[in-house]
Ligand binder design. Structure first.
Ligand code: ZN
Length: 340
């Protein structure tokens, strides 16, 4: 990474952690280190870096210390996406290509330029059976629609992010509290890890089936032996012992089965370790949707950075849908329309 990027990272990181960072000259950096950086940097309180003599790289002690300290406290950052084409063109025609209203018609009632924020969560997900494995996922929830937004994650690598807005003062998106985001975040994560989860579950089921097969074989042989012994005439005392023995074997078999199922049970947990708030301008397209019986006005959002509408969800099940049916003032997806 270019030195300028490392320098910006160190100054922003030191300030974020509660220290002071000054740039007295083009090639000098004066740092008053916060507590979190003193120990990793040999107990120093001040650091003066002459960048002509000592270029900052990913291996520089100060860069490593800042990165470690930020990672421990969880990491929040923000960036702006400043798309160029904010006009949107014929939004009504674009809406008609992206969405469908069954038995009704849709017209553009109003358009407004506003700012929105996507919350991109980096999650560390732990898959645990008798072994433990961590995998990382990124999911996005839009804070205007409160819906998952997969395309933002998918296209992120091609975005050119800035540190400030270029579009002047726009109406800001309201940042909701995290509790409000729990449901869309869980939905987004569930969708992101579905392929991995299916694969791991199938693998565990295969292991379990193999182990249960071995147990069945072992206890099957044992019980067959006991059956064989039971067929021979025996004294009362011996017959009673045999019954006892059988019961013990049956209990043992059930316990071993339970243990095997427990051992191969897949437990999944996830924790957020970084959050990027990505701000951008987009167009609110208020659509008037009407059927023969009723009409509603509803905002949809044209994203100029992706040249596409943001995902829209069903009013009943909150699942993403592109086909709507107007029903009692609500916009429903095809499956909710069918059920009610
Ligand atoms: Zn639905």
């Amino acid at each position: 990474m270019a030195d300028i990027g490392m320098r910006a990272f160190v100054t922003a990181g030191v300030r974020e952690l509660g220290g002071l960072a000054e740039e007295p000259g083009a090639n000098a950096l004066e740092l008053v280190l916060p507590d979190a950086l003193r120990e990793p940097l040999n107990g120093r309180e001040y650091l003066s870096i002459d960048l002509d003599r000592e270029a900052l790289t990913v291996d520089s002690p100060v860069v490593i210390a800042v990165a470690d300290a930020l990672a421990q406290g969880g990491c929040a950052a923000q960036a702006w996406l400043n798309p160029v084409y904010l006009q949107g063109g014929d939004l009504e025609a674009k809406w008609a290509r992206a969405f469908r209203l069954t038995a009704g018609r849709a017209t553009l009632a109003a358009r407004t330029l506003e700012e929105t924020t996507h919350a991109l969560f980096e999650l560390r997900t732990t898959y645990e059976t008798d072994e433990k494995e961590d995998r990382l996922y990124t999911v996005a929830v839009n804070l205007t629609t409160l819906a998952p937004y997969e395309a933002v994650v998918r296209e992120r690598a091609s975005f050119f992010l800035d540190e400030a807005p270029a579009s002047g003062e726009l109406v800001r998106a309201v940042v909701p509290n995290l509790e409000e985001l729990r449901r869309p975040l869980e939905n987004a994560l569930r969708r992101a890890l579905a392929p991995d989860l299916a694969e791991l579950r199938a693998r565990q089921e295969k292991f379990l089936a193999r182990e249960l097969g071995r147990l069945e074989q072992y206890y099957g042989t044992l019980e067959a032996e006991l059956d064989e012994r039971g067929r021979r005439p025996a004294q009362q005392e011996r017959a009673a012992r045999l019954v006892e023995h059988r019961r013990a074997v049956a209990l043992d078999r059930a316990k071993k089965r339970r243990d095997a199922v427990e051992k191969h049970r897949l437990r999944v947990s996830a924790e957020v370790f970084a959050l990027l708030l990505l701000h951008q301008p987009w167009l609110r397209a208020t659509m008037r949707l009407e059927s023969r019986r009723e009409a509603v006005e509803r905002p949809f959002f044209w994203n100029p950075a992706l040249k596409a509408f943001a995902p829209a969800v069903c009013d009943a099940c909150a699942e993403e849908t592109s086909t709507f049916c107007l029903h009692g003032g609500r916009l429903l997806c095809p499956s909710c329309t069918g059920s009610g």
